[in-house]
Design a protein around this ligand. Structure first.
Ligand code: NAD
Length: 381
């Protein structure tokens, strides 16, 4: 396997690493969700979405968020494991749901499956959701449609969370607003573009803070726009994430524009919480707001309902063949595309076990002990 060191890996490599079999990890994660009140099938789906991060190397949004995010949401009542999403409007090809604080890790996969079902009927399916909670790796959900030969766009805002300032603005107004887009790529791993619309998501800054490492210039800026390399500045409230593109001169308005695309399509459309509110600048202008009442929107297109399936598949294979076969600057770094390395890693880790940092593995053992569950065995034990 050819692995670019930076491809999708969102936390520094740890010296001490533990490998755990994929099935054991999925079973354990589902058991934790089950313990907190999720029905078995939902717990299984949510576990698959969360473990996707570790399985694909997107460690900033994998199991590290179990204790830091999801268990806290349950404890604080900000996520309702027994919630029943409600259909507020159903126009066949377009559906509006109120998630009623259901676990986003489950609800987003469910929304993709619902949109895919509608796409098979109408050629296109749109599911837009209010009242949602954090859905983890957006790409984990979008990939479900690509695995069924369809095209999927998924966008999610961060509720009323305000961390990032508009270019030229003094008050933080928006969240890291992730966007994922997935299509089949023939026999190769699907094309899965899965990204925050900021230079990096918060998880990557916090990962550096946990590892005691400085962050590169270009991730955070201070109130006056000067570079910040101390990752703790983010949670202190004196470091602001930058938009994809960096500064206005280097394309910040493209990242900001994508962030607004996510905010409008993902949250304004379904009527979810929005980051931008007058109160954000009426006080000190400091970052505020929680990522509650998140909105997300899923759009699935079924090419086979519009054109011959075999012709679409041949074209998809040809497109990604042409790209990956094109000449590379460095021989040891062939041309690839988003989703390639994640797909390669998943194939490898399914066989050899999913690598977890020793610290994360210890966290999982504690989660198990506190709940009377069995921790997943390390393969090296
Ligand atoms: N739920 C939320 O609120 C939230 C918010 C922000 C981010 N996220 C998630 O955080 C995760 C990480 O986001 P990120 O912005 O750090 O992603 P990233 O910067 O690691 O990767 C962004 C994209 O670039 C591609 N890429 C990166 N390096 C590559 C290479 N060398 N070759 C080919 N492709 C390459 C990846 O495949 C990916 O599609 C995503 O899963 C995202 O959905 C979630």
């Amino acid at each position: 396997m050819t692995t670019a060191p930076d491809a999708g890996t969102t936390e520094p490599a740890h010296a001490a690493e533990v490998r755990v079999g994929l099935d054991a990890l999925l079973d354990f994660t589902a058991a934790v969700f089950r313990h907190h009140g999720l029905p078995q099938d939902r717990a299984t789906t949510a576990a698959r979405a969360l473990v996707h991060g570790d399985l694909t190397g997107v460690t900033s949004h994998g199991l590290t968020n179990l204790t830091r995010l999801y268990l806290k949401l349950f404890a604080d009542g900000r996520c309702d494991p027994a919630a029943e999403p409600e259909v507020l409007a159903d126009q066949g090809a377009a559906v509006l749901l109120d998630s009623h604080k259901a676990l986003g890790l489950w609800a987003a996969s469910e929304a993709v499956d619902l949109a895919a079902g509608r796409a098979l009927e109408y050629g296109v399916g749109l599911v837009t959701v209010r009242g949602a909670t954090h859905l983890g790796c957006a790409g984990a959900h979008a990939k479900r449609a690509a695995d069924r030969g369809m095209i999927c766009l998924l966008v999610s805002n961060c509720g009323q969370q305000r961390i990032i300032r508009p270019p030229g603005g003094r008050a933080a107004m928006l969240g890291t607003n992730p966007l994922a887009f997935a299509t089949p790529a023939g026999p190769r791993p699907p094309f899965v573009l899965d990204m925050s619309t900021t230079v990096v998501p918060t998880g990557r800054v916090r990962g550096a803070a946990r590892a005691g490492k400085d962050i590169p210039e270009g991730w955070l800026e201070d109130a006056e726009g000067r570079p910040v390399t101390d990752p703790d500045a983010l949670d202190r409230g004196d470091g602001y994430l930058k938009w994809l593109g960096g500064d206005p001169e280097t394309g910040a308005f493209k990242g900001y524009g994508l962030g607004l695309l996510v905010e409008t399509l993902g949250a304004m459309l379904p009527g979810a919480g929005l980051g931008p509110e007058p109160e954000a600048w009426s006080g000190s202008g400091s970052p505020s707001g929680q990522d509650d009442n998140i909105g997300f929107t899923v759009l699935v297109i079924a090419p086979a309902e519009l054109r011959r399936k075999d012709e679409f598949e041949a074209q998809a294979a040809g497109l990604f063949d042409a790209l990956t076969g094109s000449p590379a600057v460095r021989e040891d770094r062939p041309v690839r595309y988003p989703g390639w390395f994640e797909g390669e890693r998943a194939t490898e880790y399914e066989k050899s076990g999913v690598p977890l940092s020793a610290a994360l593995y210890e966290e999982l053992r504690q989660v198990a002990a506190e709940r009377g569950l069995t921790a997943p065995a390390a393969l090296d034990d």
